[in-house]
Write a protein that binds this ligand. Structure first.
Ligand code: ADP
Ligand code: MG
Ligand code: MG
Length: 916
């Protein structure tokens, strides 16, 4: 017979796919001797069977196996399920292989009915407690198993609360709670058309099915889609049945959530919150604001000591920061859940380095536990410390980083303004719930007026790496009116606010932000990454400023310098235009002669900044008309100039006429000539020339037109100037005793003949520069590989090139025959949605097509030149998945934008470790 159900004492703690994360860890904790209330797990296989079955049936043996396990629980606890004297109560909890916080629901206190309730009251001697447990159960069961909206229960609850004139739930008496139970039972009957089920096994079966159903609920499905959770990662949810323990049995009872280390900073110290005399869901829901865990030392010293022991045992067993739930029932500590803690990037980095120091983990583990993409968070802006601003409200620093945006007060508006209209918004709520999740995605940051650091808002925001301030109590939100009062001042939707999730401050208006500095721990970690990585990480940088930034981020060279950025600077563009509109080769040479010293000094500064690291310069790539104004613009200018010329001539006529009229001829009475007609004519001439040029240069398909090496061959003087500038800059550096490694590369190459052509320029110029400077030059000569033919002709290209650099942006366009802008604006989203293409190939390197071409090109290239160095520049070079591919394919380096460099360094280490 198939086993669908495993006791906590027998389940395999490593098998999260079968038992879900929560279930597997409950088993593991039980088996290493931690105090977990007895229970068992119904497998994800049962869930899939159930969901696949035609009319939603549990596998035949499941309830039988559940009954066997319930008998075990009865034996272990000495209580009876449905026993009117001494009832056993359980929770029914969901949990899939990947944690999806708050995405599926839990039912507490199951097993209560009109009779067992009385038994529970006698057992505890506490009627208030009994009714409180009962009303929670009716509501949770009603909502989760029968789909009765929470609001209906909440409304009844509030009514009783108001009638009793109490403000906090704890102020309700046993009678109040009994009344609530009665109202809830009536509500249940009215809404479902049937009485509340008294049979505890019926309760249990309905609940198990409800948890299984929740796997396909909208919330869970949305969540999986948003985080790309595939069936291979998590398929179905398990159900955990766990004996109830009560944190609401008086002042010697409590419940809490804690992290073994601070998830905001990584500090090696227990971090968490607890509530005395409360049930677990109270903490998570943010209904009461909990106390920081430090308080427990004073309030419950013995419990604090036991908690410290629990913390150490969790960390030394899991070798990872744990996020755990505990409950204290009358002086006994129980652990109800543990999982790997989600921390922000700074905390991950700090704890990685510290755990290595403590001997808890090794360096490899320290690197591998951090997702490279998360490092980007550390590069998040912080509030500029030099700006003096008074916070208008303060909450808890729930997820660090600063965010600025327009206030919005519900998730739908956040989605509309943020996602659809592309505005920056801050989602401001009293508290958040799982159904607000789409608002989180659209917002820059989250601000709540209730709840602690472990409230839904805080947990979700941290997971996403978005700044969050939680429990800022000075804020009152009116969702209907789309406004809020912050410390008495009105904030309307659209008003700009700033939040600082690192200290909990809230400000009106926009506070400037600054880039953060690298911590010592980050540098340490990244230097370990560099030690293990095989791929060299370089940066794309076009200016000396870019280059110093790239160095700060740890780039080991420049893999792509786009010279056109230098041409576009305001002081150069006029010379570039002059060069383009030149009618004769001499005119063009004159402009180029003026550009040469400027380019030379650009390159010299780059080499100096990066010395002794390599700098790769790409010769001019874009079609030259990109440096000229557009045709429409020019026509418009010409029309205006014509008007102006007429007006000025009119003024001259007027001035002449006035002189005739007054018969005077005094100079000072002449209407002043504002503008010289000759000047206008000169301008007109230039514009007309440019227009002619623009028309002559017009191309149907500029991206496939006169650009790159084609330009370099048809206008050799442009490439010659650039090559000379590079080589002279090298000579100047060498003369100063600097070690430099310049490399130049040719874009858009499709044939070895093209390379031969450009290489000839280089060889000539090199000889002349060497001769004149007396320095030996080392500049290497390479080619971009970004058209399909270049891949196919890689062997012959390798004979003429010292290195290859894959330009995967263009190569992707060329491979798919997609123009990027058209693809992304028109059909790619639909292609992705329908999985005609799984990913956007401009974001995620297409291994099967583009990658295949790269592999072929590399293989053929290296057959000719075994030590051919091969790299990738373009956006893909900074993405961990593409970097992993580059490692597998045998590339030598990747190059990406400076801020991605730390991400790429860690990803390069991962790529090596994961492909050993
Ligand atoms: P989630 O996945 O949303 O955290 P849980 O199944 O962990 O859901 O349960 C929700 C809340 O109920 C938590 O605070 C948890 O500690 C509490 N809880 C669950 N089972 C029990 C139990 N057997 N006894 C006491 N509290 C419980
Ligand atoms: Mg939980
Ligand atoms: Mg290109």
């Amino acid at each position: 017979m198939k086993k669908w159900v495993y006791a906590f004492t027998e389940g395999d703690g490593k098998n999260k796919k079968l038992l879900g994360g929560k279930g597997a860890n409950l088993c593991e904790m039980t088996q290493i001797g931690l105090n977990v209330p007895p229970g068992f797990v119904i497998t994800t296989e049962a869930c899939l069977y159930y969901l696949d079955s035609a009319d939603h049936d549990l596998p035949a043996e499941v309830m039988g196996q559940v009954r066997e396990q319930m008998l075990q629980l009865e034996r272990a606890t000495g209580k009876g399920f449905g026993n009117a004297e001494n009832p056993l109560l359980v929770s029914v909890r969901s949990g899939s292989a990947l944690s999806m916080p708050g995405m599926m629901d839990t039912i507490l206190n199951l097993g209560l009915n009109s009779q067992t309730l009385q038994g529970e009251i006698v057992q505890t001697g506490d009627a208030r407690f009994g009714y409180d447990a009962y009303r929670r159960f009716i509501q949770l069961f009603g909502k989760i198993a029968m789909g009765i909206p929470d609001d209906l229960f909440d409304a009844e609850f509030e009514m009783v609360k108001q009638a009793a004139r109490v403000s906090e739930d704890v102020g309700l008496s046993a009678d109040n709670l009994q009344e609530i139970c009665d109202l809830f039972l009536q509500l249940f009957q009215a809404h479902t058309g049937r009485p509340f089920p008294e049979d505890p096994y019926e309760q249990l079966e309905l609940s198990i099915k409800a948890v299984f159903n929740s796997w396909m609920g909208k919330r869970a499905v949305d969540y999986r889609r948003e985080f790309n959770i595939t069936p291979a990662m998590a398929n179905g949810t398990a159900v955990n049945i766990c004996t109830m323990v009560f944190g609401n049995r008086g002042n010697d009872s409590a419940t809490g959530v804690a992290f073994t280390r601070n998830p905001g900073t990584g500090e090696n110290r227990l971090f968490g919150e607890y509530l005395v005399n409360a049930q677990g869901e109270d903490v998570v829901a943010g209904i009461r604001t909990p106390k920081p865990i430090d308080k427990m030392d004073v309030e419950m010293p013995e419990m604090a000591r036991q908690l410290a022991v629990l913390r150490n045992r969790l960390e030394s067993h899991y070798k990872e920061i744990q996020d755990f739930e505990f409950t204290i029932e009358r002086g006994t500590l129980y652990c109800l859940q543990t999982r790997n803690g989600k921390m922000n990037a700074p905390a991950m980095v700090r704890s990685s380095v510290e755990m290595v120091g403590e001997g808890l983990i090794d360096r490899e583990r320290a690197l591998l536990r951090i997702n490279p993409d998360h490092l980007e968070q550390m590069l998040y802006p912080q509030l500029d410390r030099n700006v003096q601003a008074e916070p208008v409200a303060q909450g808890l620093p729930a997820s660090p980083g600063a965010a600025v945006g327009q206030a919005v007060f519900d998730a739908d508006r956040a989605e509309h303004l943020g996602r659809v209209l592309g505005m920056k918004v801050i989602l401001v709520r009293e508290e958040t719930k799982p159904e607000d999740i789409h608002g989180f995605f659209a917002a820059q940051g989250i601000l709540t007026s209730r709840g602690g650091k472990t409230s839904h808002a805080a947990v979700v925001a941290r997971g996403m790496g978005k700044p969050c301030v939680a429990g800022a109590e000075g804020i009152h939100v009116d969702v209907q009116k789309r406004e809020a009062y912050v410390s008495g001042q009105l904030v309307r939707e659209g008003d700009v606010i700033t939040i600082d999730g690192s200290n909990g401050n809230v400000y009106f208006g926009e506070i400037p932000t600054v880039e953060p500095e690298f911590s010592n721990e980050l540098n340490q970690l990244l230097s370990w990454a560099d030690d293990v990585a095989y791929l060299r990480v370089m940066a794309n940088a076009d200016t000396p400023e870019d280059a110093s930034r790239a160095l700060k981020f740890g780039a080991r060279g420049i893999g792509l310098c786009r010279t056109e950025r230098m041409f576009n600077a305001v002081d150069r563009l006029p010379i570039v235009i002059e060069m383009i509109v030149a009618e004769t080769a001499e005119q063009r040479q004159k402009a180029l002669d003026r550009l040469l010293p400027i380019q030379r000094s650009d390159f010299r500064q780059l080499f100096e900044t990066m010395s002794p690291l390599p700098v790769t310069i790409r010769l001019l790539d874009p079609p030259i008309h990109e440096f000229l104004p557009g045709e429409e613009q020019l026509k418009d200018d010409i029309e205006k100039l014509e008007h102006l010329k007429n007006s000025v001539q009119g003024l001259e006529v007027l001035s002449g006429a006035l002189m005739l009229l007054s018969q005077k001829n005094k100079k000072e009475e002449k209407i002043p000539e504002m503008v010289d007609v000759a000047l206008i004519e000169k301008a007109l001439e230039t514009k007309a020339l440019m227009l002619r040029k623009v028309r002559a240069l017009t191309e149907i398909n500029p991206m496939l037109g006169h650009r790159g090496v084609r330009l370099g061959i048809t206008y050799p003087e442009i490439y010659r100037m650039q090559i000379r500038a590079i080589l002279e800059a090298e000579a100047e550096c060498v003369a100063k005793g600097l070690e430099v490694h310049p490399q130049m590369m040719v874009p858009q190459v499709c044939s070895a003949e093209e390379l031969k052509w450009v290489r000839k320029y280089m060889d000539e110029i090199k000889a002349s520069v060497e001769q004149r400077s007396g320095q030996k030059l080392s500049c290497r000569f390479g080619t971009m590989i970004e058209v399909v033919r270049a891949c196919m002709r890689a062997d012959s290209l390798a004979r003429r090139a010292d290195f290859f650099s894959f330009g995967t942006n263009d190569l992707t366009q060329a491979t798919f025959s997609f123009s990027r802008e058209d693809a992304e604006n028109k059909f790619l989203p639909m292609y992705n949605q329908n999985e005609i293409l799984k990913d956007n190939p401009f974001e995620v390197l297409d291994e099967k097509g583009v990658g295949k071409l790269m592999q072929l090109a590399m293989q053929w290239g290296r057959e000719v030149k075994p030590d051919l160095s091969v790299g990738i520049c373009g956006e893909h070079g900074g993405h961990p998945a593409s970097i992993d591919f580059c490692q597998r394919a045998g590339l030598n380096y990747v190059s990406c934008s400076a801020p991605r460099v730390p991400v790429a360094r860690l990803a390069a280490a991962h790529a090596f470790l994961n492909n050993r």
